[in-house]
Design a protein around this ligand. Structure first.
Ligand SMILES: [Cu+2]
Length: 149
């Protein structure tokens, strides 16, 4: 009697462990603290910041960003060139397993170009992040003044 109960427990445990293994397999992307820098109504570009975490055990890559408020979005990095900070577009942004990639002022960011509306009228900006393996992840990023992090 006691032996068969143990067997049932063992089977449940096994099923649970297999489920855990499967649910952790591959990349698992979580986007946190996304925000858009508020800009004057005449501005045609702005930047978006966020944390992109990969809780999985496989790398994923951010390939493309789309937003209805902008004609196009680019992934940018900031580099120091002869003492001058410059930004340049990058094709892809790798998110290694178990890591957090920070998009923040003076660092990597998403550039929204060709803004279609004034941001403080929009209030929140919808972004569609397209990852190589995780597919589309939709983020609602509030518009904030740059001095508020
Ligand atoms: Cu930029």
């Amino acid at each position: 009697m006691c032996g068969s109960v143990n067997q049932v427990v063992m089977i449940y445990l096994l099923v649970f462990l297999v489920w855990v293994a499967f649910s952790l397999a591959g990349p698992k992307i979580v986007v946190e603290d996304a925000w858009v820098r508020d800009v004057p109504p005449v501005a045609r570009t702005t930047a978006v910041f966020m944390k992109i975490r990969n809780l999985g055990d496989e790398e994923d890559t951010l390939l493309k960003v789309i937003s209805p408020v902008a004609e196009r979005a680019e992934i940018h990095e900031t580099i120091a060139e002869e003492g001058v900070m410059k930004m340049r577009p990058v094709d892809r942004l790798a998110i290694p397993p178990g890591s957090t990639v920070y998009l923040r002022p003076m660092g990597k960011h998403i550039m929204l170009m060709g803004l279609k509306d004034t941001l403080n009228r929009v209030g929140k900006v919808r972004l569609v992040l397209i990852f190589e393996k995780s597919g589309r992840i939709v983020v609602e990023a509030p518009v904030r003044k740059a001095d508020r992090r």
